[in-house]
Ligand binder design. Structure first.
Ligand code: ADP
Ligand code: MG
Ligand code: MG
Length: 527
């Protein structure tokens, strides 16, 4: 285990060393946009009434130790994962059965599905889909065999608003910079070397994904010479804004593509669908500019949480975008493919879903090998329904003792929604006697990564202690949905691994959300 092999990592710093490291970290982070808008709990509205302050993003002082075998494997299987989720999103019939089950107890999922059905009735006009995915893992050690290689276990697969790609590359660059200026004490230099700090191309790669979709859209159809743009659909307010600006900046600087931001609540005000064209191009009219743009790609950094849909207008806005000709990142079906329920079904022992889906999106014939590498990353997951596996899960989840090893997850994104360990029995009880409601949840075995030590700089405070890390690997996939007799095939046009993210949180905290207020962004030091 890394913690036992390297008990002294990272070293205690003298106050001079700490002062040097921190002052460089603070300055470099602002200079390079490794920053967030401060949360109101840290900087009150009275201090910053115009909302103009930015602060260093929550960061670790040192890169965290991470097993190289795990890092390499997580990156190597990302293109397989991309194809898998493209094929799932392309199989409406399969999704329908699963989604309709959950929709009985989960209104949010039901509404998303209704949006898809409404567009299907009218006919989709865009057969291209873009995924900017992130597959998240923790390191697993076999408790019975300490000599065995560490392995990765998947926490979840994100298909909508996969965040932090903009900051992830920068934190890798920051730790490299700190190495170059000798901010790490000399005793650690045999571990923190340039060779052990891998490149992280998340900003370039995710932007290249968006640029590829933009080009694949083709020419403007609404009007000769109307310019094209990419639209970021965002939350308002958004603290993690520099993460998003990193991608817009790259799109403009290196691809010449204009991007605009529209708050989810302003979609209907600032965009329109040109009804005189059967293809339904999406037009964006910036409130401050005379010209309007045809939108090639809608990149959702919002729209994944029920709180963002307070009324029917919010649902009309989602329908409005979905039925337009813009390429959606993600489409409704791709959004739904990222449900925890789908992850649980894929992880059903002895199921052959992986082989089946990979065969639909892959041109080459090593499906079995790819499927088995993907399967090796699954942790145990159970439904909470009336099937034998569901009954078994219910007995685990309702036991005060057994539940300690599990996490209960609803079909939600964005952090802060799960129920952990021994709190599960009381939570299930609070759902009432109606076990039908349990169907909206999945039960997952808790992954227990080895504890490491690191120091987190967050909201101006420095805290050292035991931490655990979660590695995310980004993936870009652009695909064309099959038609007619090839309906269940997807044609992959672009597919690549797109950089990585390490998030690190205090050992004691259950959730690791950086934005939700528990964690920090980090980079890997490979061992
Ligand atoms: P979300 O989509 O809201 O991010 P996640 O499934 O990623 O949901 O859960 C949120 C956090 O909870 C994760 O980042 C991780 O810290 C923790 N977590 C989730 N599943 C597990 C698990 N099986 N084992 C350990 N921690 C987990
Ligand atoms: Mg998620
Ligand atoms: Mg997550």
């Amino acid at each position: 285990m890394a913690a036992t092999i390297y008990p002294d990592y990272p070293p205690a710093l003298t106050s001079d060393q700490s002062g040097y490291l921190l002052s460089n970290l603070k300055d470099w982070s602002i200079l390079n946009g490794l920053a967030v808008r401060p949360s109101p709990a840290f900087v009150s509205r009275e201090i910053d009434p115009s909302g103009s302050l930015a602060v260093t993003a929550p960061l670790t002082l040192f890169p965290s130790l991470f097993p190289r075998v795990c890092f390499d494997e997580a990156r190597a299987i990302q293109t397989g994962y991309n194809e898998l989720y493209a094929a799932i999103a392309g199989d409406e019939t399969w999704l329908k059965e699963i989604v309709e089950e959950i929709a009985q107890v989960d209104e949010f999922i039901a509404k998303l599905w209704q949006v898809h059905l409404a567009v299907k009735r009218e006919g989709y006009t865009q057969d291209l889909s873009l995924g900017l995915f992130r597959s998240d893992y923790m390191v697993h050690r076999d408790p019975l065999n300490s000599a065995a290689e560490p392995q990765i276990r998947q926490v979840e697969f994100n298909t909508i608003a996969s965040s932090f790609g903009g900051l992830a590359a920068k934190v890798s660059a920051l730790h490299r910079h700190l190495l170059q200026i000798q901010a790490f004490p000399p005793t650690q230099l045999d571990l923190i070397t340039a060779n052990n700090l891998p490149d992280n191309l998340s900003v370039q790669s995710l932007s290249r994904g968006l640029a590829t979709a933009h080009k694949a859209y083709g020419n403007c159809v609404s009007e000769p010479n109307r310019p094209l743009c990419i639209l970021f659909i965002v939350q308002s307010p958004e603290n993690n804004i520099f993460d998003q600006h990193a991608l817009s900046n790259e799109l403009w600087t290196n691809h010449g593509i204009p991007t605009f931001r529209v708050a989810y609540g302003n979609i209907l005000r600032h965009t329109s669908v040109a009804h005189s064209f059967p293809t339904r191009p999406l037009i964006y009219s910036p409130p401050n500019l005379p010209s309007s743009y045809e939108v090639t790609t809608c990149y959702f950094r919002a729209g994944y949480s029920p709180a963002e849909y307070p009324d029917d207008t919010a649902w009309s806005a989602r329908l409005h975008l979905e039925r337009s000709a813009a390429i959606k990142c993600p489409s409704i079906l791709t959004h739904l493919a990222g449900s925890k329920k789908i992850q649980q079904i894929l992880a059903t022992p002895s199921s052959t879903y992986l082989e089946r889906f990979l065969a639909r999106s892959r041109a080459i014939s090593d499906t079995t090998a790819v499927a088995s590498r993907i399967r090796a990353t699954f942790a145990a997951m159970y439904p909470l329904d009336s099937s034998p596996a569901g009954r078994h899960a219910a007995s685990l989840a309702t036991s005060p003792h057994e539940s300690a090893a599990y996490v209960l997850k609803p079909q939600r994104e964005g952090g802060g929604n799960n129920i952990y360990g021994t709190k599960i029995p009381a939570f299930l009880k609070s759902l009432g006697d109606d076990e039908l409601k349990w169907k909206g949840y999945v039960l997952m075995e808790l992954i227990e990564p080895p504890s490491l030590r690191n120091t987190i700089f967050r909201n101006g405070e420095v805290k050292s202690g035991e931490v655990i890390g979660e590695l995310g690997v980004y993936g870009v996939c652009l695909w064309r949905n099959g038609k007619d007799k090839h309906k269940d095939k997807v044609e992959i046009l672009e597919n690549f691994e797109a950089g990585h993210l390490l998030r690190t949180k205090g050992r004691e905290s259950e959730e690791g959300g950086v934005a939700a207020g528990f964690g920090s962004v980090d980079s890997v030091c490979l061992i």
